[in-house]
Unconditional design. Sequence first.
Length: 443
Amino acid sequence: MRAHASVLHLDLDAFFAAVEQRDKPSLRGKPVVVGGVGGRGVVATASYEARRFGVRSAMSTREARSRCPHAAFLSGRFHAYRESSRLVMGVLRSVSPLVEPLSLDEAFVDLEHAGLPDLEVPTVTGFAEQLRARVAEATGGLTASVGVGTSKFIAKVASDLDKPDGLVVVPPGTEVELLRPRHVSVIPGVGPATAERLRRTGIHTVADLESVSLEELVRLLGRAHGTGLFALARAEDDRPVVPEREAKSVSVEGTHDTDLTDRRLMEALLTRQAGEVAARLRKHGLSGRTVTIKVRLHDFTTLSRSTTLASPTDRTTTIARLARGLLTDLDTSGGVRLLGVGVSGLADWIQDDLFSELAEEEDEEETPVEVEVTTGRRRPTWAPGMDVEHADLGRGWVWGSGRGVVTVRFETADSPAGPVRSFAEGDPALSAWVPAEAGEDPA
Ligand SMILES: [Mg+2]
């Protein structure tokens, strides 16, 4: 724990839903649910208006629909979320070289390196307010909740105390009294299973946990976990803010407008992506040991599978073979919206022995990569919420579709709430709108 409140945690509020409300003026102030819209889908994010009806992340969309039938159910636009995230991280990196992103919408910032005149509570409070304003300005109005404290743990707890659009600075010396009355699940690493185990021993709050001896906690939860909780119950946390290193991995991914169901097509896409990853590795003189595939299913769940080689590689055939092998373990029968291949565990040299390199060289040419994403039985999917463009009416988004009809609301972030028009599904004037850089996500 530091002497000053110099760790800042920023968390965007209802991020996916907030981006949708920003870009779709008619949805501002209304319940919005982003997630899998199909039968087995789950909620990724609900706007605060939808949360008032009891809609929560990870709830089944079916349950969400029954709790809030009048909400807009949207299938999500990752290109827009990535772009907003990039803007936010850019603002954070402009104030401190030590920024540690946790996800698209969350990061730690080390204020010891932000060039502040001092790190007293009034100074960091004023700084954090300005930072929130800059994030809102850069993103076209997204709000963030911020916590500042003497450790990562306390900063993260604090950012959650006054959500949404809040700021909480925990003065040094008050950490333990902040934690004591709270449920043990406030501690990172205390999930439902640990919480249940503690509950059976009569431990509910952090104060209860603080009264348990180290020996007893180790006996209850094992050495590593027990020791960790013993420290966190006393607000002891010295983890540094670790900035994301450049090029921890090289990856390529693609989002698809239609759910992919053809296994051979998926394998061909992975093979092509493996080739792009390998080319990038070779271009930068890099190689890596771990090959990962990322698969987002039609219901919004995202899976990743990895395998690690004994020595690093930059070979298309090796990466492609491992990627295709990883896919065989996954049930993709319901359809896939996103596929990606990445290589991590990077080294700036290659350790393959000569023999295996020669063997690789030989089959380098044999990989036929012919990818045709449209097949006869597949038709374009007009997913609710997706961006579209009409030849005469301009940009809008899919309000709904079915029975051969697509209904579009014509509005963008900068327009007033727009009119709704319906078209035949095959109307050539209507097309999906995707920004140029979408579908490629260099890690
Ligand atoms: Mg968030």
